[in-house]
Design a protein around this ligand. Sequence first.
Ligand code: AR6
Length: 179
Amino acid sequence: MKKSISGVTIELRQGDIANQGDCEAVVNAANAQLETGGGVAGAIHTAAGPELTSEARSMAPIKPGEAVITKAYNLPNQYVIHCLGPVYGQDKPEDRLLANCYSNALKLAEEKQISSIAFPAISTGIFGYPVEDAAKVAFTKFIESISSLKHLKNIIFVLYSEKDLNIHKRVLEQILQGK
Ligand code: AR6
């Protein structure tokens, strides 16, 4: 599914965040120490290789809502933007901290003049954020930010499961219809 809003495309696709060769930057659902882990962080660090882990380590720790940028090494991208999402039920207010992840990632992408970026559904795995609520936070932030973007033209949301893809499609449609 692709939606074009004021010249910026929001695309939803099913796939592996570590295999998005058509995006300049990919976003990591990181941990505070910016080390490898499970889920997205495991896939990204494994595919990028140990140089990513050493570069990232020098910027750790980060706080919930923060983002940092590194090179992408063996990934098929130029950059990795590492975001620490909130742990649901623990880091509060969760919605604000999750929205900060998206806005800080977009800000870093703009600073590097990146034109395409792929996001996973930050915090919705090990950190336990309900998928539908997290999707509302993400899409609301993207739509709110679109008018200030100069370089970013393609925002891609990569969902691991078909179920999560369908939830995201429904939420994006609802937000665009003002529901
Ligand atoms: N590509 C795209 N999406 C994925 C992939 C993948 N390869 N693998 C999992 N997902 P998570 P979090 C989905 O747990 O909740 C890590 O261990 C997954 O189904 O990766 O922010 C870190 O080290 C879920 O919907 O991130 C942290 O400690 C979403 O991506 C902690 O987990 C996010 O799942 C971060 O937890």
